[in-house]
Design a protein around this ligand. Structure first.
Ligand SMILES: O=C(O)CNC(=O)[C@H](CS)NC(=O)CCC(=O)C(=O)O
Length: 277
């Protein structure tokens, strides 16, 4: 099985992003065999006007963005982790929702981003308050795909190891991470966070990031990459829209987990009684 991370520099325009996506994914039509393809966060629209995402938001299961992504999965005969798109939430906000389609274009699962980026960053934007527009997800998702058990996390989620532990405890061997990491925090933390999550959970990590300068000046880090269960960077992109590939080796995971059975050695959470007075 082949793993792919797609890197984009999404604009606020649906049409432009779809054209960029088709161009970057075009080589997939020459690839036979099972393929798992991960797209970045905000794949269909990014850094637009303040209410752009709310305007684009769709009910789960219907809408032009979902149809376009489903069609991409079908055209390229791939399992598609379709980045994130805004999906209606019950409180009037939207979820940063990652939909997963099988190679016939059928939606086989979806994950709503749990941890919201309400953070100040010393960059041109400064104050991020994702929760102003986005509702937090409520569930950990491990999706049964034809290619195995797939965990999903989104962007800022990567800073919360508990989420990854929970996905691996539920059988995940591959974790997809659609992202739009800022340039400042990406430069400082992106690669060490990805390698840490892959190493401590002994899983493949496919991190598809936005990269470049976007419509209203937001700058994202790029460096989309695929990390092995041993922490090796198997493939990585630079700044431009591109697609990187690595091969999945289930035996590698089995061997690492047999030699170093960390999942069986977990001692936490330490109960209050075990804490030294
Ligand atoms: O708000 C939008 O328009 C789309 N969503 C994003 O760009 C999100 C929330 S602002 N970005 C991140 O979570 C960056 C995380 C990050 O960079 C880190 O954890 O260091």
């Amino acid at each position: 099985m082949k793993l792919y991370a797609v890197q984009l520099c999404s604009s606020s325009s649906l049409e432009t992003n779809l054209a960029m996506l088709r161009q970057v994914m075009a080589p997939l039509s020459e690839v036979s065999g099972p393929k798992l393809v991960v797209l970045p966060e905000c794949v269909m629209s990014f850094d637009g006007e303040p209410d752009a995402m709310a305007t684009l938001s769709e009910p789960l299961g219907e809408g032009s963005m979902q149809r376009a992504l489903s069609q991409l999965a079908q055209e390229h005969r791939c399992t598609l982790v379709a980045g994130t798109i805004p999906i209606h939430a019950p409180d009037g906000r939207f979820y940063a929702s990652c939909l997963v389609f099988d190679d016939t274009g059928r939606r086989i699962g979806h994950y709503n981003k749990l941890h919201l980026f309400d953070v100040d960053v010393a960059d041109g934007v400064g104050r991020y308050r994702e929760s102003d527009t986005t509702a937090p997800g409520q569930h950990v998702e491990v999706i049964d795909t034809p290619l195995g058990k797939l965990g999903i996390a989104v962007c800022y989620d990567v800073r919360f190891p508990e989420l990854f532990r929970a996905m691996v405890a539920n059988g995940a061997q591959i974790i997809a991470l659609p992202s739009a990491f800022t340039q400042v925090t990406g430069e400082a933390h992106w690669q060490p966070l990805l390698q840490a999550r892959a190493i401590e959970n002994q899983c493949y990590l496919i991190a598809a990031n936005q990269g470049g300068t976007h419509d209203h000046g937001r700058m994202t880090w790029g460096q989309s990459m695929i990390v092995s269960p041993w922490g090796e960077v198997l493939a990585q992109a630079q700044q431009s829209p591109s697609m990187v590939m690595a091969s999945f080796d289930a035996d590698k995971i089995h061997q690492i987990r047999q030699q170093m059975p960390t999942q069986q050695h977990i001692r936490m959470p330490i109960t209050a009684a075990q804490l030294k007075k």
